[in-house]
Design a protein around this ligand. Sequence first.
Ligand code: SAH
Length: 538
Amino acid sequence: MASTGEVWLVGAGPGDPGLLTLRGREVLERADVVVHDRLVNPALLGLAPRARHIDVGKSPDGHGYRQEEINRLLVELAREGNLVVRLKGGDPFIFGRGGEEALALVEAGIPFRVVPGVTAASGCAAWAGVPLTHRGLASSVTLVTGHEDPGKPPQVNWQRLAAGTDTLVVYMGVGRLEVIVSELLAGGRPPGEPALLVREGTRAGQRVLYSALRELPARAAEAGIGPPALLVVGKVAALRQRLAWYEDLPLAGCRIALTRPRLTFAQPAGGGGMPSGDWEMGPWWLAGAEVGVYHLLRLQMPPDPGPLRRAVLEVGRFRFVLFTSAPGVEAFFLTLRGEGRDARSLAGCRLGAVGPGTAAALRRYGLVADLVPRTHTVEDLVREVAARIEPGDRVLLPRSDLAPSQAEVLRRAGAGEVREVVAYHAVPDEDEAARLARDVRARNVDVLVFTSASAVRVASARLAPGEAGMPQAQKAGESAVGEEFPLVVAIGPVTAAACRQAGWEPDAEAANHDRAGLLQAVVEAWRRHRAGSPGVER
Ligand code: SAH
């Protein structure tokens, strides 16, 4: 029998996945099972790719696990010998019922630990530019729940609280905003005292309503800000007018759908930040955007490994070896290693890499690319090689099964043999495509970012203008009335052409066809878009 496992109660933070603690990340990476709330950011679940994920969140229709069921589930999973991460929004011990779960574990004799998280009060205050305490303005702060059990007599004495603390932070209070505000006023808080309502704090969808306390309920109704949101009352709220910073970020308010392939055969070494398989998400989040990654293509080793294996064994005969993607590099060296060889097999070859990502992949095997075209397109790589070719030179191109052939140009330049070998297969992932379509339909995507023509083709099949509920792309000069297709940004000319073929005129195309160039293109497109819209509320 398996020995008893353990349960870690881990705080996920208020929304931005970068607010998870390092300890939280470590334990997620080792988890066997992740039991999470509904609103936990999917990027965090991505940190536990080999774990089973169980969503126990309460959905709006009331279905979902009851607390006793969650407690029982945690005990059962631990008894099966699992390392269980119970991932909870914010901090597990602040209005998260983490204490109840911990007690259930103690009663069942299950070992447990707690990893704190950034609670909504800290996260929302930070993002709204409101220090919860401030010398001369507030030397006390109280966290309180506004949602009380309707079956029990009220436990929060609002009037006493009103008199007893400087800053007041109310969780789960928006549904009873009017009652709470009138009680606070009755308790002596000045009607003109500054107050804030924050919804979706720390996320790109963040909305902040700043108002005098007395007007807050009416203004919230007017602005349509409903639960879940956080209420902050106190003189410190006024500091927002000088300390707000999030709204000034270049991608504030921008929800990006980034389409990337998923590598199934190798785990590329990533940098810091939230992983998307191969790209680090940090720069996007730092610019203020919220990024969802959609793996529209799964990259797999070719079903027939013969041609790649032969190419690998004969690689020394080629004067040029041209890598057109990082996954191509990974597949090539995986096969090379499988044959008991290493980078020395390429000792006499001139190496080409389409861009910095591919060159970096080569560097991980100790190889420096001789040729990286400035524009990072396959066409330019091939053109530059063609200019250097001597009659009879052999050229090897390990590439995807979907890539168009480059043989003609090289042959015309005098190449002796041009061998285009399929290094990996790109298979559409229909579930991911459906998920993207759902999110676009729900108007949860502001910018669609494409990094390959193949991804555009997979997406366009699902996002076609005729699809039910799909927002329409706007034509130039047409005014937007609610119906608005996300902005479309392409990494380069080939991807942009595929967008046009799908009926989407790209709103921006990266000048440099790499990650930094793409970020810059999105920033430009978003800036132009915002210039034509009412802008972010302060
Ligand atoms: N354990 C959590 C709180 C759970 S109670 C924590 O420590 O933050 C849920 C309430 O928290 C919501 O009703 C809302 O009032 C508040 N909340 C959580 N995340 C929030 C966010 N990103 N923005 C605004 N309010 C949030």
